[in-house]
Ligand binder design. Structure first.
Ligand code: CTP
Length: 433
């Protein structure tokens, strides 16, 4: 049972201490020949400032020495679910909860099948089932195993659940065959991790100094009577992340949020509302702004005549008359002189993503739309991963699967580019006086 204390191999220096305050990757190494590349992967991940902790399966140990991983990660290597020492020191649940991202590399056909089926027979599969953190996998296997319908079905299932994949690549394989199935190179995996965690895109710090931003977030609640309401599944995670990213870039942000289970982001003026009409009022009060990002999932309808007292059962079907809510994005985009220079919306679609986003862009008069697929099982609502098509009048870009923070950082960088060094809403307001 290798639990090599790396302290004896490489003393923890200042870099190690800094790392402990930083972000953590839990690397699960399973049994493929490509496992021999994982010490190099660990080294490169640590060069980006990430702390890396390794979990090694029994088969993985055949291809890479636990001691090698312990030395490069400067940490213990965990490989036995039933070790009482591990359970008392760490526990498989804590192991995954303490990471910002779980990386599986190499990810064999076997671990992907276990993950898809929800099996939990060893430490690696158990922590993958128990984790509440995003998972990024670098598959590696023989080309026929890769192409097998069972593997492809497992991949489809896992993608739907929000697992992000990097590779595999095409090339010569250890088994002498040629084709798809080589694990992505360590630098490619590091790039994917960095993009996912926004390591290199922590946002353009200071680039939005002197500008004002308005962000809507979360669902709206539309009262039917004093106790009941119509709502939707929005968690507000994406909108709040955008508010934080714009603030980090230096913007003065007003966040108008529907009811969410999230803390108010520090340093951001947060206005709490319930209904779409309240949200619109709060947004209008927050103008002028240089940029408005409408990330809220606003209810399209409200009860036409909400009951003053609780609606009682009568034994007959209940019909509710619904009235259409104001369109906040459309209103901001058509606010004349008060229109923010940049108006950005989201499009939650369950089909024809780009075509529907283009229609929305034109109908609402906004500048950009981030379109995401919210079909059942994409994990967008409440999840931590988002994959969008970035639609502008000039064209469409497919953004990779990103954490909601990374997506927010990327958007903030684009906003900073678009606003450039033009005058802020505040200075325009001053010159109108
Ligand atoms: N939106 C808004 N006010 C509304 C409805 C939507 O500001 N009353 C904004 C959302 O914040 C999002 C964008 O409009 O930025 C698109 O939201 P979506 O729900 O995808 O589109 P809808 O306009 O509701 O159209 P539909 O439901 O018919 O697809």
């Amino acid at each position: 049972m290798p639990k090599t204390a790396a302290k004896s191999l490489a003393p923890r220096g200042r870099a190690g201490a800094d790392r402990e305050r930083g972000r953590r990757v839990l690397l699960v190494v399973t049994g493929g020949i490509a496992a021999y590349k994982t010490p190099e992967l660990v080294r490169r991940l640590r060069e980006t400032g990430l702390a890396v902790r390794c979990v090694l399966t029994r088969a993985g140990r055949e291809f890479v020495a636990p001691l090698a991983l312990a030395a490069v990660s400067e940490d213990k290597v965990y490989d036995d679910l039933f070790s009482l020492t591990i359970e008392s020191e760490m526990g498989h649940i804590r192991l995954s909860r303490e990471a910002d991202l779980v990386v599986v590399a190499p990810a064999t056909a076997d671990i992907l099948a276990k993950l898809a089926a929800g099996l939990a027979g060893d430490l690696a599969s158990t922590l993958l089932l128990a984790t509440d953190k995003p998972v990024l996998a670098a598959p590696a296997m023989n080309v026929r195993m890769w192409e097998h319908p069972a593997t492809q079905a497992n991949l489809a299932t896992l993608r739907q659940r929000g697992v992000v994949f990097v590779g595999p690549e095409e090339g010569d394989m250890a088994c002498g065959e040629w084709g798809m199935g080589r694990m992505a190179e360590p630098e490619t995996i590091v790039e994917a991790v960095a993009a996912f965690l926004a390591l290199k895109t922590t946002g353009p710090v200071g680039a939005l100094a002197g500008t004002r931003a308005l962000v809507t977030s979360g669902p709206t609640w539309e009262a039917l009577d004093p106790v009941r309401y119509v709502a939707n599944r929005s968690s507000g995670k994406q909108g709040h992340a955008i508010a934080r990213a714009l603030a980090r870039a230096g913007a003065r942000v007003t966040l108008v949020t529907g009811p969410v289970a999230l803390a108010d982001p520090p340093g951001i003026a947060t206005v709490h509302v319930e209904s779409a009409r309240e949200m619109l009022e709060a947004c209008e009060r927050a103008l002028p702004a240089d940029v408005a990002v409408c990330a809220a999932a606003v209810a399209d309808w409200r009860a036409a005549n909400p009951a003053r007292s609780k609606i009682k059962k009568t034994g007959r079907p209940l019909s509710l008359a619904l009235a259409e809510n104001p369109d906040i994005l459309g209103t901001l985009a058509r606010a004349g002189a008060r229109r923010p220079r940049l108006v950005i919306g989201f499009a939650a679609e369950t089909g024809d993503l780009v075509a529907n986003a283009r229609k929305k862009l034109a109908a609402k008069g906004c500048d950009w739309i981030l379109a995401n697929d919210v079909s059942a099982d994409t994990g967008v609502f409440g999840g931590d991963v988002n994959t969008v098509e970035f639609v502008t009048r000039a064209g469409t870009e497919s953004w990779p699967a990103l954490s909601k923070d990374a997506l927010a950082a990327r958007l903030a960088a684009r906003v900073a580019d678009a606003l450039g060094s033009g005058r802020s809403a505040k200075s325009r307001k001053r010159s109108r006086r």
